[in-house]
Write a protein that binds this ligand. Structure first.
Ligand code: 6PG
Length: 262
């Protein structure tokens, strides 16, 4: 993970404290955009890591976040209909979206039900291009304000898997037809290029089972960098861990330049 300022590591006691910290930070960022009459473009991910944050959105965040300023996007989606249990949009909908006062037109889901998936990827890329704020027309990619990402056990992030062609894609949105992990349905995913145009990227990883892969991402060895280690951001790249995921990480001074350790 590389940004001009280097990755910052935040360690919170448990997933709930982590959710509250990240949720409050998102609230501050959204309020700052709202005060300037700008949209706050937030891209969500799937998986279990963001669920406590989604619950926080539906609880304390329901009234503290200026939802009318928030535009939701997705970093990736499984190619299933939105009501399918594996749908990332469906997970967000069931956990908080149905209960927060966000205008329907601010919710920009990746259409997992479209066949062929390439059409959905191209349409999303077009949506992201046209949503780019005035003055950033020449920007190389999507101009998200914040992308929330998880880290898979193999170091994948969004649906960018190690060694797969989509990793090197010049597009903004790619199709992964054969994900190596469950659910083994085709996926739609923002590319490294699109993510790199995000103002901020926050990784969320919790639980002891994330310990080894987090260590590999934050303390890369001689082997080629894993997808999560290749993510960049314009101004802030942060890794939010709970104590279980962070256990065994060296002190701040031994982490890569710019990081602040547990
Ligand atoms: C998805 C994701 C994926 C996820 C990681 C971590 O749709 O599966 O966006 O990249 O973030 O696999 O998943 P967990 O949070 O469940 O560990």
């Amino acid at each position: 993970m590389v940004a001009a300022v280097g990755p910052t590591v935040h360690v919170l006691r448990d997933p709930e404290e982590l959710a509250e910290r990240v949720g409050s930070r998102i609230g501050e960022l959204a309020h700052a955009a709202f005060r300037r009459e700008l949209p706050f473009r937030l891209a969500l991910s799937g998986g279990s890591s963001p669920i406590p944050l989604f619950r926080w959105f539906g609880g304390a965040g329901s009234s503290s976040i200026p939802w009318e300023a928030v535009h939701l996007y997705w970093c990736d989606e499984r190619c299933v209909p939105p009501e399918h249990p594996a749908s990332n949009y469906g997970s967000a909908f069931r956990t908080f979206l149905a209960g927060v006062p966000i205008p329907g037109e601010n919710v920009h889901r990746l259409l997992g039900e479209v066949v062929p998936p390439r059409d959905a990827a191209d349409a999303y890329e077009e949506l992201l291009r046209t949503a780019a704020p005035a003055g950033r027309g020449s920007s190389p990619a999507a101009d998200l304000d914040l992308a929330l990402l998880g880290i898979g056990p193999d170091g994948h992030t969004a649906s960018l898997f190690p060694g797969r062609p989509s990793l090197g894609s010049e597009r903004w949105v790619e199709v992964e037809m054969e994900p190596p992990l469950e659910p083994k349905v085709p996926r739609l995913t923002l590319t490294l290029r699109a993510l790199a145009a995000s103002e901020r990227v926050f990784f969320l990883a919790t639980g002891a089972e994330k310990r080894a892969i987090v260590r590999r991402i934050l303390l890369p060895g001689p082997e080629p960098p894993l997808p999560a280690a290749q993510v960049r951001a314009r101004s802030e790249l942060a890794v939010y861990l709970d104590t279980a995921a962070a256990e065994g990480l060296p002190a701040a001074s031994s982490l890569p330049v710019g990081a602040s350790g547990p």
